[in-house]
Structures are given as structure tokens and as C-alpha cells.
Design a protein around this ligand. Structure first.
Ligand SMILES: Nc1nc2c(c(=O)[nH]1)N[C@H]1C(S)=C(S)[C@@H](COP(=O)(O)O)O[C@H]1N2
Ligand SMILES: [Mo]
Length: 257
């Protein structure tokens, strides 16, 4: 027996011994009545703890008017260059239509007027950018869940992808900004398609006519200049395959705050 065999043997014996110990422990415990009850309550407890600390259903903090930043700065694109976008902007986005399709029963095109006529939600939240700045703004828009209710996602749909109007230079074929979130975040009450900022129409610098607010995640997830929403099972075949423009450049897909 080589020294290596010996140490392996010791390891195996050790593991067996531990198993035997656990077995007898369990046998003894399960024969008493209280053990299954304790097990059940600890399961409930751990579910509660999970919801407290890692819950995807928790709400992001909301602030008051007094907390608003004097101005909400712009970051990344502040004016998409494409001719199509420029034409839409010139016309006050009267001809803009949000396309919602992919893995849905009823694909739709929604105009800004139609979006504005839907039940709205207003929220004052803090935006945190990875570049090290934050700002508090008041956003008004339509819960994404309402739009999804209209189109009826198919059972296979796992992610919602936002395709934007701004091309991010660098290569010969334009790479458009895009982002994606999962169904949990898509259905969250604070996830809205915002058309208003601080009681005014969303400025172009901040993503007009419509940008995503997904309040429990970092700034780059909040896609501006949303033109098309696509429900997919996987984002492996979209652009670089990582679910977003910045993700394709190395950022995390889930950017929880
Ligand atoms: N289409 C598009 N969306 C975008 C960006 C962008 O350049 N293009 N920048 C992202 C980043 S990094 C941040 S911090 C926020 C900035 O939003 P703001 O311009 O309203 O401050 O938008 C995000 N969404
Ligand atoms: Mo950002």
C-alpha cells in the first residue's frame, strides 16, 4: 500500500464512520414525535429568511418629493444617432410604436397615447450607476406586468428582452443597446415602462419616449429608448449571448443592488 492509498483508505473509513453516526442519530430522533415538527418549522423559517434576504419579491426603497435630486443626469447615450429615431423625435414620438412579441399569444404594437391611457404607477426611487453616482427621480409609467397581460406570454417564455434605438458604435455592423430581465423582475410591481420623469415627459437624454425602470437592479439594466420588447426562452442567440450590451462586455447579468 502506497502512502497515497493509505490516506485514501483513512478518508473512506472516516466518511463511513460519519455516515454511521448520522444514521443512528436520525433513527433515534425520528422515533420521537417532536422531530418531524421541528423539521417542518425550520423549513418554514428558512423560507422566511430566504425571502427576507434574497427575495426577488421585496420592494426597492421609495422616497419623497423632498428627496428628489435637483437634476437627473444622463449617462451613456443622450441622443440616439439613427435617422429613424431622429424622425420620431422630431414628431414628438406621435408615430412611435412599441412592438411586443416573441413567445406570446397576442403580439401587439402600442402607441405612446395608448400607453399613457393605461393604468399608471408613479414611484420615487434611487438610481445607482456602477460608475459611482446615484440620483433620486420620480418615474411615471405603465407596469410591465400590464403589458405582459395584454400579450399573454407562452409558458416557455423565461426572459423579457428590451431592444433599444441607440447603436453603440465600435464595429462595422451596429450593435444596439439591449437588456433583459427574468419573469420575476418583469412581473414586479415596481418594474415599469416609464414615459415620465419628475412630472414631465421623459427627456430624450433619459430615454424618451419610454425607458425601463427595474428598481432593484443597477443603472445599466434600465434600458432607455425602448423600441421593441421580445419574450424569449433563452438569450443565447441575441447579440453576444449574455443578455445585454454591457453583459456582452463583461458586466453581470443580474445586477442586484
Ligand atoms: N439604450 C440605452 N439604455 C441605457 C444606457 C445607454 O447608453 N443606452 N445607459 C445605461 C446606464 S449605464 C445608466 S446608468 C442609465 C442612465 O440613465 P439616465 O441617462 O437616465 O441617467 O441608463 C442605462 N440604460
Ligand atoms: Mo450606469
Amino acid at each position: 500500500m502506497t502512502p497515497r492509498d493509505k490516506s485514501r483508505r483513512r478518508l473512506l473509513l472516516g466518511a463511513g464512520g460519519l455516515g454511521a453516526m448520522l444514521m443512528t442519530g436520525c433513527d433515534r430522533l425520528s422515533s420521537t414525535e417532536w422531530f418531524p415538527k421541528v423539521l417542518r418549522s425550520s423549513e418554514v423559517l428558512s423560507r422566511g429568511v430566504h425571502q427576507l434576504f434574497s427575495s426577488r419579491s421585496s420592494m426597492a426603497q421609495e422616497f419623497t418629493e423632498a428627496d428628489l435630486s435637483p437634476t437627473f443626469r444622463s449617462n451613456g447615450t443622450s441622443m440616439p444617432e439613427g435617422e429613424a429615431y431622429q424622425a420620431l423625435a422630431k414628431n414628438g414620438f406621435a408615430d412611435w410604436q412599441l412592438e411586443v412579441g416573441g413567445l406570446v399569444e397576442k403580439p401587439v404594437k402600442i402607441s405612446l397615447t395608448e400607453l399613457r391611457a393605461m393604468p399608471r404607477r408613479t414611484q420615487i426611487t434611487r438610481h445607482d450607476c456602477v460608475e459611482g453616482w446615484s440620483a433620486i427621480g420620480k418615474w411615471t409609467g405603465v407596469p410591465l406586468s400590464s403589458v405582459l397581460a395584454m400579450v399573454q406570454p407562452r409558458a416557455r417564455a423565461r426572459y423579457v428582452v428590451f431592444h433599444c434605438a441607440d447603436a453603440m458604435g465600435g464595429s462595422l455592423t451596429p450593435e444596439y443597446y439591449y437588456e433583459s430581465i427574468d419573469m420575476d423582475d418583469a412581473m414586479h410591481p415596481q418594474t415599469i415602462l416609464a414615459y415620465g420623469l419628475n412630472d414631465k415627459d421623459l427627456p430624450i437624454a433619459n430615454g424618451a419616449p419610454v425607458r425601463l425602470r427595474v428598481e432593484r437592479q443597477l443603472g445599466y439594466k434600465h434600458a432607455k429608448y425602448v423600441m421593441r420588447i421580445e419574450l424569449v426562452e433563452s438569450f443565447a442567440n441575441i447579440a453576444g449571448g449574455r443578455g445585454g450590451y454591457w453583459e456582452d462586455n463583461g458586466y453581470q447579468w443580474y445586477a442586484g443592488i
